[in-house]
Design a protein around this ligand. Sequence first.
Ligand code: ASP
Length: 438
Amino acid sequence: MGVKVCKFGGSSLADAGQFRKVRDILLADPTRCYVVPSAPGKRTPDDDKITDLLYRCYRKAQRRQPYAPLFDQVAGRYIDIVNDLGLDFDIEPLLMETLEQIRTGSPDFAASRGEYFSGLVLSKYLGWDFVDPADILKFDRQGAFASEWSNELASAELARHDHAVIPGFYGSLPNGDIHTFSRGGSDISGAVIARAAGAEIYENWTDVSGFLMADPRIVDNPKPIKTLTYRELRELSYMGATVLHEESVFPVRKAGIPTNIRNTNAPDEPGTMIVLRAEDCIPTDTITGVAGHKNFSLLTIDKAMMNSEIGFGRRVLQAIEDFGVSFEHLPTGIDTMCVVLPDADLFHRKEQIIERIRDNVHPDTIELTSGLALIATVGRGMVRTPGTAARLFGALAKAGINVRMIDQGSSELNIIVGVDVEEFEPAVRAIYEEFVDS
Ligand code: ASP
């Protein structure tokens, strides 16, 4: 019988009531053997996340300002949870020890204590073993995650426990110092543990019932995505549909383990299943989802006979690279090359980049226009459905939307269009309505 690894996000563990839901979920399925908790998150929209409070404690300690009152808020949250759950666990001395350690510790150490205490409380509540990730998740001296080393350590350790709680977000450097992943990194810890446990499924429990086919702020009541592939997920999350930490995909994808996004507050809903192969997906609409981003600029370079000028593209891209800007897309014509650049990176470098390109390739014309929004229509089903592009452009034309750029990768997994930023929302709606029967 395969095992499941379950990661619970901060909102799933925000207070004692949420801890109860987590326990019910874990005990409802005997194959749920390993759990990776986040630190308690916000209980209300204007509440603080424990991790944020801990970073603030650290900064105050650094400036030699009194931080004990702030730490009391952290301690109070755990003490309330322990009391409310009726646990026989004297957590206070451990919290007081941490208060002192923050004074001399690193920011990573301070932040990691959120997950550490969450894990301790959950292990007492469930009666499961506690495994400290500092012993099994390793980073190298530069702070890069040592995936293979960690996989070996974690597999060996998990084999010693039928059930265990392994806090998310942190591990340690070769010298034993605590080191964290980037923010939201418990998703990565969960995926690493799933791989090490050889899990059948990585369940990622959060406060939404999976991915939606479009942003609900733009489309009314979009349909949920039942299944999608890791590649589709990558395309959608690149375009802004974020539920999971991007890096959490790699360990499970590598091991062929599906990820199931589930809702702690609606555990009966199936959520979204992310799988490796398109064949394992439930057949559905032609498209899987539509997502997009605003704030891009379009650089258009024209030069007669560009197609036969060897090194033209490289010299254009070199100019962009020289200013530390990464390009997003590169649709080209016969005598035209377009480069889509993120506004945030361009900033005050626009004139300099244009000058450098002029020097490098002597174009006939060069123009940089801002106010571009990109929309990706993603779907494994597009490969086998003729006429998808025609439908997409037909829907945009019918809605009176002018397409300023088109980019379709040869994978045919997505079609990206660029539209004026004011037409972003209507364009997303037009595409959704065309492909998804509501
Ligand atoms: N608690 C950490 C954060 O707030 C990690 C996580 O929740 O995944 O970023």
